[in-house]
Design a protein around this ligand. Structure first.
Ligand SMILES: [Zn+2]
Length: 230
């Protein structure tokens, strides 16, 4: 427990025990995933699931710092990183692309899902799954100098309430410090959900503009036309 004594000074032994017994699924082990996973491992989240079907490419290294071997599966290098940094954490890897026919076996053991996917196609799929299965979804997204985060829970507005559809264009530029801002916010929101702390991002879209040094909290409204209602 000495490892966590600064955590415990803030959240108490009770709080630390809750983190140690929590089960969190990280969907995507790329840029957001790297920083989210590192934060969850430092917090002592006791059970971390890792979903990704990608292998490491050299162009990942500007932001995906858990990985260091080209060609290695990202779930495996992320798992190795966790095992080295905090061997007490239980990890489970899912080397697959999440889809409508395989998701139920993967998500059933987790209370909280963190959206670290890099395409809107995957983000919307994850949104629909989380709403249907009544899971807590911690959404994050980054592009260029901008990012956003929100928390979706049963009864709150979801991504589909906000956007009908977002086209995945040619990959835009993306830099590590902006990714780490949004990933850190996601990890704070994971902590608040596990510890039942107030003022979460439920129903609020937090936006970050790195050029202007500006954070905004935008009210999200539940849409009666949202396809997740049907
Ligand atoms: Zn919705």
């Amino acid at each position: 427990m000495e490892r966590y004594n600064r955590n415990i000074a803030l959240i108490g032994q009770d709080g630390q025990n809750k983190l140690l017994s929590a089960k969190v699924l990280v969907c995507g082990c790329g840029g957001l995933g790297s920083f989210v996973i590192a934060n969850l491992a430092a917090l002592g989240i006791g059970n971390i699931g890792l979903v990704d079907d990608d292998s490491v490419e050299i162009s990942n290294f500007n932001r995906q710092f858990l990985h260091n071997t080209i060609g290695e599966k990202k779930v495996l290098s992320a798992q190795k990183w966790i095992n080295t940094f905090n061997p007490e954490i239980n990890t489970k890897t899912y080397e697959t692309r999440l889809n409508i026919s395989n998701y139920s076996d993967i998500i059933k053991d987790y209370e909280i899902i963190v959206d670290c996917f890099d395409s809107y196609e995957s983000k919307f799929l994850l949104n629909d799954i989380a709403v249907k299965e009544k899971k807590i979804l911690i959404h994050g997204g980054v592009s260029e100098f901008y990012g956003q985060a929100t928390v979706i829970k049963p009864g709150t507005p979801c991504l589909r309430c906000l956007f009908d559809y977002v086209e995945d264009n040619v990959p835009k530029g993306i830099i590590s410090p902006v990714v780490s801002v949004i990933a850190s916010i996601q990890a704070v929101e994971v902590t608040k959900q596990i510890l039942n702390l107030p003022n979460t991002l439920e129903g609020l879209l937090l936006t970050y503009n790195g050029i202007k040094n500006e954070f905004k909290k935008l009210q999200m409204n539940k849409s009666s036309d949202c396809i997740c209602n049907y």
